[in-house]
Design a protein around this ligand. Structure first.
Ligand SMILES: [Zn+2]
Ligand SMILES: [Zn+2]
Length: 475
């Protein structure tokens, strides 16, 4: 059943359905009571003292806190990467992360890779930290192969019951999920941090010891950083006050100070990233059009800076050579800080910084997709103006179309009437506001990507009708 619950939840994480999470939560809640009773009965039978029930008895948590969670009636140990067994009671006094993941889901593999780095860095300085893998792998071979990449402990694959009850206890709705437990006495549930995945991505080792106090402190620091944000402290540091640019003789240095007062796009991207390969040419074309329009007015107030997450210098060099704009040096330490500062959750990602050095939007990619060069200078006022224009243009669109690539009718929807952020099934890019949506199966496309056909003979009626009615703009 765990497998099933995870599968449903993963669908939800991809935005495929919102009902699955609800259903899986229902299943978890219904069975919770029974498990509590069973665990407690088993403990009494074993003659162990029941100190904390599953809901965390406030006021008294015993030294066997982790035993209640991680051991079973006939197992008091966890697996370790060396193959030896580690007693559950050895965890007492430590901050423990429960990693719910499975090898069959790529985001789990990606997160595990990041977590291994954080774990090794932490273990070298803090002995009071441990991670326990709670697997949703489909079989023992899959478990063995995935666990083989992890340097921490694990619940044996065969112990379905413990894995299920942990998943229920912490309402695990999707994977990867990292639950962080504090060793403190008396406030088990209050102190539990459930958004470990986000915290690891955002703060890395800095998030340790994952207490609410530490997290408050980090969020406070974030606020201060945002308030004091300037282009110079974003892009430069005490060792480097320049970014790179192409020149006839290779790369040259451009002082960060010379960019102050301009609108700057920070483009997070990498050569290995498939969606980036689609978005980069689009951004180049938009960049060149904006630069041309500005040059015609005698201005040069716009720049883009590549923030690369390429894996080696050679890929960076080859990728950057295709781009007409500036770049941070490959592997620069500021890259990590910028990823955290702007909460970059996936690439391609485009942040727009205004002439005052403050963030205008972290959703530059959607604005480019929706409005191309017309989005410049990306301000709220400009976006509102474009939205109104879009609204007007949408009035001219048919409310129902039959699209060449789909077997059901598609309805015109907008933010207010059934629409919302989506991924276009034709061009794979993000969209928001107006869309053509299939009410039967959720298929959704940009109005500009629709190819309306006659339902009966499949003749293309109008090729790309929005662009033909509003040349150069389009929805
Ligand atoms: Zn599209
Ligand atoms: Zn459909």
């Amino acid at each position: 059943m765990l497998q099933l619950v995870m599968n449903i939840s993963v669908g939800c994480m991809k935005g495929l359905c919102s009902r699955g999470a609800f259903i899986s939560r229902l299943i978890l809640k219904k069975k919770k009571k029974k498990v509590c009773a069973r665990v407690m009965r088993a403990e009494m039978k074993n003659g162990t003292q029941v100190m904390a029930n599953e809901n965390g008895n406030p006021g008294k948590v015993s030294i066997s806190k982790f035993s209640h969670l991680l051991a079973s009636q006939d197992r008091d140990f966890l697996l370790s990467p060396t193959g030896s067994q580690v007693k559950v009671c050895d965890l007492e006094g430590k901050v423990v992360g429960l990693l719910f993941a499975a090898n069959w889901y790529p985001p789990c593999r990606g997160f595990t890779q990041v977590l291994v780095g954080i774990y090794e860095e932490l273990k070298s300085s803090v002995p009071q930290f441990e991670i326990v893998y709670v697997s949703s792998d489909e079989d023992l071979d899959a478990f063995n192969s995935f666990y083989g990449s992890m340097p921490w402990l694990a619940i044996p694959f065969s112990d379905l019951e413990t894995k299920k009850s942990l998943s229920r206890k912490y309402d695990v709705e999707g994977i990867p999920c990292l639950i962080l437990l504090q060793p403190d006495e008396g406030k088990e549930d209050d102190a539990t941090v459930r958004d470990g995945v986000e915290l690891i991505y955002r703060y890395g080792v800095q998030a340790y010891p994952f207490s609410h106090e530490r997290l408050l402190q980090l969020r406070q620091e974030d606020r201060v950083k945002l308030e004091n944000q300037t282009l110079v402290n974003l892009l430069g540091n005490q060792h480097r006050d320049y970014v790179l640019s192409h020149s006839h003789t290779g790369l040259k240095q451009v002082p960060v100070a010379s960019l102050v007062g301009k609108t700057i796009g920070l483009y997070f991207s990498a050569e290995w990233c498939v969606p980036c390969a689609k978005f980069t040419p689009k951004l180049i074309s938009v960049y060149e059009k904006i630069k041309q329009e500005l040059a015609a007015k005698g201005e040069e107030d716009f720049e883009v800076v590549l923030i690369s997450s390429d894996r080696d210098q050679a890929s960076f060099d080859s990728y950057y050579s295709t781009m007409p704009w500036l770049s941070l040096p490959f592997g620069d330490p500021e890259i990590k800080n910028l990823v955290r500062h702007f909460n970059v959750q996936g690439i391609p990602w485009l942040v727009i910084i205004g002439p005052d050095g403050k963030t205008i939007t972290i959703h530059g990619r959607s604005l480019i997709n929706l409005y191309q060069e017309n989005a410049y200078p990306f301000t709220n006022a400009k976006v509102e103006e474009l939205e109104k224009q879009l609204e007007e243009e949408a009035k001219a669109l048919p409310t129902l179309v039959f699209h060449e690539g789909h077997r059901h009718d598609l309805n015109l929807v907008s933010d207010g009437n059934g629409g919302g952020p989506f991924i276009c099934c034709v061009c794979d890019e993000q969209g928001s506001s107006w869309a053509y949506q299939c009410l039967q199966c959720g298929y959704e496309v940009h109005p500009k990507c629709v190819r309306a056909v006659d339902r009966h003979n499949n003749n293309v009626l109008v090729e790309n009708f929005t662009q033909s009615t509003t040349p150069g703009k389009g929805l």
